[in-house]
Design a protein around this ligand. Structure first.
Ligand code: ZN
Length: 710
């Protein structure tokens, strides 16, 4: 049995290399297996509370595929280990806690076919980007700054604050804005993401499609008739073991040979209708993937559709197995392979919960090993930056969107145009109403118009969104700042406002949608606003404000002719947001259906005196409260003046803070100027008719490639 510690020696040099280059401009390259293994090991080392690396051999006692001639990235036993990285914020969601069990889960498979080589790099780079942003956003690891800088705690806070500023600047250099960094941090800290870059580790290491002589994407027990003809590969068993231990709702399986985002059905019994009971959601999600991934020089955005139509039907494919294995049970059988000493038949017995994922097939590129146009890490999250896009870059975005869409969320942005500095802060506990400290704003007493701004994510259509508020003492105990309550638990203490509807930023054409009452702002996404009267609250009162939203109810609609007929939507993703009765528990994980999703509450603290006439963010972790009562105007991220106690008793500390503020304000100005200067160029490019740009350069090499797809 090989241990990670013994493998890690190999990863050393590569790991060092990537760490020093973590935040510098680079063109993506398709990484060899040695480098992928090395980088995974360094992620495990560098983000101990966010990422855990293991192998299928270590965790599931699976054999190694290959011989003593194999494995350039591992030489401690014959054959190759199958690495998987689990991204999970274990401080915010400790193992065994209620929130940990309810984390929505996402699975990313880099390559079932070892010679289709964009996926492994794309999913590894996705993990790197997520983790670096989340780690950065977590600094400083304080819910609020310590009162006194001249203490050990104060010194630690100062150090972490400086590190936080430094890594933010590194991310700015790559074009990642404050809002984008916070978004990435949210994805890390509100989901569990299992990343398997080299699913077919042996095939990837040998640059061969199969694992040995078996095709892993015909090796799953869905629509196969011979029990000896499934779970023959370690790649297939690795995926199987992971699905048995999780409740994945979203999954991507990367391949290459054409350029397609494909969804169910991809199986012979469902020819020629091809449509699944979850078609409405799959259509919208796949087209969202295609838009956010985008196109580039000579390459169009991904075509989307069913695998039956766009690729072809297969027997034993991973895609339909992961979607339907728990409910289309007539097509599932127990495997009895003979390879590697056999495989316990019980491992292919599935409960009703395990296999209900949206597991989309991403055919990344016509070339299985594209030599150029891989894209760069500059402006990676700006989907319309034409020049920097490429095969790896666009699939990083696509993977991020899968992680985004696994679950709806609502996020309060700020009050009366003053933004909250933080959204979801990783590596900080979230229960026990710690949010009263970590998300709080002070507002003047007697204020009749307190305008709350919020946004909605994790879906496309906001069917219903509103604000509800009450004094904290009237909020039911169960609402601890982390828990998503059921409607019956919310009680009667809340006041609310008229509900609104509208799009999220993922909805096609939201920029031109003016159908709702809410205004649009330049936050890069639709913002919702509501004005409440807080004049009746007394100084010192603490008001809990929740934003709540209902999303994508249209996903429960079904098209004509879907099969199997008379089935309601069967996926977790659709039911988790449309069906109150949906509840699944498996392997210690829980999916509870709900319609209404609640933000982390914002606490409004009514100021003691009418002299405190400005809204301020009390939860700004970067600003230390003053020793006396005086206040000093301070610039926020967006250059808006707020009032914040920022007096520092130590001269040295004061100098450091002033320098940091000047540097960050200057940097924001530079980045802002640069973004403003860039925008016309992007718009001009986007304004060109697609056909004008692409028609001469786009080629689709059908004959050769299609034979080996899927
Ligand atoms: Zn393939």
């Amino acid at each position: 049995m090989k241990k990670l510690s013994s493998i890690s020696l190999l990863g050393g040099p590569a790991a060092l290399l990537t760490l020093t280059n973590a935040a510098t401009f680079q063109e993506y390259k398709l990484l060899p297996s040695l480098q992928i293994a090395g980088e995974l090991i360094s992620l495990h080392k560098n983000y101990p509370n966010l990422a855990t690396l293991s192998t299928a051999q270590e965790a599931f006692n699976l054999p190694y595929a290959g011989t003593d001639q194999d494995c350039t990235f591992d030489n401690t036993a014959p054959g190759c280990p199958n690495f998987f990285l689990t991204i999970h914020d274990i401080i915010a969601h400790p193992i065994g806690s209620p929130s940990e069990k309810s984390l929505p889960e996402v699975f990313l498979s880099g390559a079932l076919h070892g010679n289709e080589r964009v996926g492994p790099t794309a999913v590894l780079e996705t993990a790197k980007l997520l983790l670096s942003a989340a780690q950065c956003e977590s600094l400083p690891h304080f819910i609020t700054p310590p009162d006194d800088p001249n203490t050990e705690e104060g010194a630690e806070w100062l150090l972490q604050t400086q590190r936080g500023e430094a890594c933010r600047q590194q991310l700015y250099k790559l074009g990642i804005t404050d809002a984008q960094r916070k978004w990435l941090a949210r994805l890390v800290s509100t989901r569990r993401i299992v990343v398997v870059p080299m699913t077919n580790a042996l095939g990837y290491d040998r640059n061969q499609r199969e694992e040995g002589d078996v095709d892993p994407n015909r090796d799953f027990p869905f629509d196969v008739s011979d029990p000896m003809a499934c779970m023959q590969t370690i790649a297939g068993r690795t995926v199987n073991e992971l699905f048995q231990r999780h409740l994945f709702q979203m999954s991507l399986t990367f391949h290459a040979g054409t350029e397609v985002v494909g969804y169910e059905w991809g199986a012979f019994p469902y020819l020629p209708t091809n449509l699944s009971p979850d078609d409405a959601a799959q259509v919208e999600i796949s087209s969202g993937y295609s838009r956010f991934a985008g196109g580039f020089d000579g390459t169009k955005s991904y075509e989307t559709g069913t695998m039956n139509e766009l690729v072809y039907a297969v027997k034993g494919g991973m895609e339909d197995w992961a979607y339907a294995g728990s409910w289309d049970t007539g097509k599932v059988l127990q495997c009895e392979p003979t390879q590697y000493g056999g495989y316990d038949m019980q491992k292919t017995v599935y409960n009703e919960s395990t296999l209900r994922a949206f597991n989309m097939l991403i055919e990344t590129s016509n070339s299985k090993i594209p030599g150029n146009h891989l894209g760069t890490n500059q402006d990676i999250l700006n989907d319309n930056t034409y020049t920097n896009n490429g095969h790896v870059a666009r699939n990083i975005r696509l993977a991020l969107m899968a992680i985004e869409l696994v679950e709806p969320y609502v996020s309060i942005w700020g009050v009366n145009t003053v933004p909250l500095k933080a959204d979801v802060v990783p590596l900080i506990p979230r229960t026990d109403r710690l949010c009263i400290q970590s998300k709080a704003m002070r507002i003047p007493p007697g204020q009749k118009a307190t305008t709350i701004a919020w946004s909605v994510g994790g879906g496309f259509t906001v069917d219903y969104t509103t604000i509800m508020y009450a004094k904290w003492e009237d909020v039911p105990d169960v609402m601890d700042g982390s828990y998503q309550p059921r409607n019956s638990e919310v009680g009667r203490g809340f006041r609310t406002i008229e509900a609104m509807s509208g799009p999220t930023r993922w909805k096609q054409g939201w920029q031109s949608d003016t159908s709702t009452a809410s205004g649009w702002e330049s936050q890069g996404q639709p913002m919702y606003y509501a004005t409440i009267d807080t004049s009746e609250f007394k100084p010192g009162d603490k008001i809990a404000v929740f934003a709540t939203a209902r999303l994508d109810q249209g996903w429960a609609n079904q098209p004509d002719g879907f099969k199997p007929k008379d089935m309601p939507p069967m996926s977790h993703v659709v039911n988790a947001r449309t069906n109150l009765d949906w509840r699944h528990e498996s392997a210690g994980k829980i999916i509870q259906g709900r319609k209404d999703w609640y933000s982390i509450p914002l606490t409004l603290v009514i100021a003691d005196s009418e002299d405190d006439d400005i809204v301020i963010d009390l939860s700004d972790r970067f600003t230390m409260p003053g020793m006396d009562g005086s206040t000093t105007p301070q610039k926020t991220d967006d250059g808006k003046a707020t009032n914040e106690d920022s007096r520092m008793p130590s001269t040295l500390s004061l100098i450091v803070i002033v320098v940091m503020v000047l540097v960050s304000v200057g940097l924001i100005y530079i980045v802002g100027t640069w973004i403003r200067n860039r925008r016309p160029g992007r718009e001009r490019l986007n304004g060109i008719d697609d056909d004008d740009v692409f028609v001469h350069e786009f080629t689709f090499n059908e004959g050769v490639q299609l034979r080996e797809l899927g």
